[in-house]
Design a protein around this ligand. Structure first.
Ligand SMILES: C[S@@+](CC[C@H](N)C(=O)[O-])C[C@H]1O[C@@H](n2cnc3c(N)ncnc32)[C@H](O)[C@@H]1O
Length: 399
């Protein structure tokens, strides 16, 4: 693939996403290989994320102007959606229409007239809220019922700032919303070599809630490549990180070496018990990811209504292992990067019913709260991912 313009690259990425690819992965890989000016790379990124974040709304705006949109060749359909995105964002016709007509013409010359006519006739249209937010109806309605509003989802449609966690003292970077979290405003760099780890503050908070002490043993369950393990190790904890996926752990080992941090990795399916216990246990469970729609905008169209319940069953099985691994008096933090009721409060209620030896332990949340009950849902605003955290204390049976 050799795209010659940011528009051509955007259309190629979007076609691949339609075939099941992940936008972030496709775009990062393509841009790393191109020696384009930063401005062109930023434009291609803006087009891809913009179209996916507003997809339902764009189709709604185009609907009155097209007889059978699903019958159009996919390249032409994306050119129309991207032209509609730029209309929505206020780009004037003279700068917007002909580039998209040219893009469509490269693939299907006989449809250039149609693209030209449609892009010139776009007109404002009042969209229902779930369409305006480009959310699937089932999720939009479930969120409205559970949170009492769904306006928070507008946060997913804003550009994503790059947050870093710093493992050494830093000067000159804009502080993020948590200690050790910063905003990176320059071009991409070799962050590990600088002692930084790209990490959303909402993900960092899960590790900070454990309040690790130097020398303390911490179990990092579902640790993946170890983002949270790095923070814990940098605070002086002795971290053992468990995960099912040895490839992720190998990547983690390499980053830990670059960062000069020590993490022990063990590969295991955590639906089965582990042979050790600790006073501090973190379970960063696999989930539907419905708090990460800003960085993974296509995910919202791939989830189905059964997914949250299916993930909750797995999360409860993993929590059993985490509970057994928590010593009396110890702390167990359960975190998921999603905002569904099933995977947050639903899991908390089901777990606490079965485990009277655990109590939810409230904590002052330093990030904007969307809802607080047994645990806390953090709102996806200001570039934060949406997350759910539950902090549990294993109560001493003699207390
Ligand atoms: C949310 S990700 C973890 C991210 C990681 N803690 C971090 O901060 O970088 C969930 C992880 O759960 C792991 N996982 C999924 N099912 C598992 C299972 N049955 N046993 C162990 N790990 C599992 C996945 O491989 C994935 O790395």
């Amino acid at each position: 693939m050799r795209p010659e313009t940011p528009r051509a690259l955007a259309v190629w990425v979007l076609l691949e996403v339609e075939r099941g690819g992940r936008a972030q992965h496709l775009l990062d890989r393509a841009l790393d290989r191109l020696s384009w000016p930063e401005r062109d790379k930023a434009y291609a990124t803006h087009l891809v994320y913009g179209a996916l974040r507003r997809l339902r709304l764009l189709d709604f705006l185009l609907e009155p102007l097209l007889r059978r949109p699903e019958g159009l060749p996919p390249e032409v359909r994306w050119a129309l959606r991207l032209g509609a995105l730029e209309w929505l964002l206020g780009k004037p016709d003279h700068a917007r229409v002909s580039p998209w007509v040219e893009e469509a013409k490269r693939h299907h010359p006989r449809l250039a007239g149609l693209v030209n006519a449609v892009l010139r006739r776009l007109a404002p249209r009042e969209a229902p809220e779930c369409v305006r937010l480009s959310l699937p109806d089932w999720l939009c309605e479930a969120w409205r019922a559970f949170f009492g509003q769904v306006a928070f989802a507008e946060g997913f449609n804003e550009p994503a700032p790059l947050f870093l966690t710093a493992y050494r003292p830093v000067a000159g970077l804009r502080p993020g919303p948590l200690p050790e979290s910063y905003l990176w405003e320059g071009p991409k760099a070799d962050f590990s070599a600088l002692g930084f780890q790209p990490q959303n503050p909402a993900s960092l908070l899960a590790a900070q809630l454990l309040e690790p002490e130097p020398g303390e043993r911490v179990l990092d369950l579902c640790g993946g490549a170890g983002l949270k393990a790095f923070y814990l190790a940098a605070r002086g904890a002795e971290v053992v990180s468990y995960d099912l996926n040895p490839k992720r752990q190998e990547a983690g080992r390499r980053t830990a070496r670059k960062l000069g941090l020590r993490v022990d990795y063990r590969t295991q399916d955590l639906r089965k018990p582990i042979p050790e216990r600790a006073k501090k246990v973190l379970l960063d469970a696999p989930c539907t990811g419905a708090g990460t729609f800003r960085a993974h905008p296509e995910l919202r169209y791939r989830l189905v209504p059964e997914d949250p319940g299916r993930m909750a069953a797995l999360q409860l099985a993993l929590l059993e292992t985490a509970a057994q691994a928590t010593e009396e008096g110890g702390v167990l933090v359960y975190a998921v990067c999603t905002l569904t009721e099933e995977e947050g409060e639903g899991v908390a209620r089901a777990f606490l019913e079965r485990h009277p030896e655990f109590r939810p332990e409230p904590f002052p949340c330093p990030l904007p709260v969307l809802k607080e009950a047994l645990g806390v849902y953090v709102a996806p605003e200001g570039g934060l991912d949406g997350f759910y955290y539950l902090r549990l204390r294993r109560v001493d049976s003699r207390a």
